[in-house]
Write a protein of this length. Structure first.
Length: 198
């Protein structure tokens, strides 16, 4: 668990340090700069929330946020794959609509994750989280252990933390593609863990 939490922390530090170094060089008139900063901001906030929830035993409650983090990571990598300005403009248009997430639900998110060489473990959890099951675990109220057979068992806290950390590495990778040399220091540990899950 400590290693996976550490991966999230290192990714957040890489984002914070990189954006701090860029500072006024970020061009918010450029849709690529704008959307990557917005997505990085949401990713850091989401990973903070995930870490807080799972540290208190609420990994089930972290799952919708984990799904959002996965969406952000696929968006970011997809934008930086090619035609970045066009794709960033499309992304900004999509997120301005209240139902923007529906565009990424279902098979499209998983297909793009596969095209972008996301790890199989991440693609599997994206499939699982397309439709959130009624996960539960005992211990929240008296006697709930007697109803345990009616609920789907959630992923463990360590799995949730590991997946969140790996999603964060994809955010950092997208930032590094756009701003070469500003988001370094994560490659060795991230690639090692990602290879183990490929």
């Amino acid at each position: 668990m400590n290693q996976t939490i550490s991966l999230m922390a290192r990714a957040k530090a890489s984002i914070d340090n990189g954006l701090s170094r860029l500072g006024k060089d970020i061009n918010f008139q450029n849709p690529v700069d704008s959307v990557l900063v917005v997505f990085a901001s949401r990713a850091v906030a989401s990973s903070n929330a995930i870490a807080l929830l799972i540290s208190h035993g609420h990994e089930i409650e972290a799952l919708p946020i984990l799904r959002s983090l996965g969406i952000l990571s696929v968006w970011s990598r997809w934008i930086m794959e090619k035609d970045s300005e066009k794709r960033a403009t499309e992304a900004l248009s999509q997120i301005s609509k209240p139902d923007w997430e529906t565009y990424w639900q279902g098979d499209l998110l998983v297909e793009r994750a596969a095209q972008l060489n996301f790890e199989s473990s991440l693609r599997e959890i994206m499939i699982e989280l397309r439709y959130l099951k009624f996960y539960s675990k005992t211990g929240s109220v008296p006697w709930d252990h007697l109803s345990e057979k009616y609920f789907f068992a959630p992923s463990s806290a360590s799995v949730a933390a590991e997946v969140a950390g790996l999603f964060m590495t994809h955010i950092v990778e997208a930032l590094e593609v756009h701003w070469k040399g500003h988001f370094t220091g994560l490659e060795e540990v991230a690639h090692r863990q990602r290879r183990q899950k490929a």
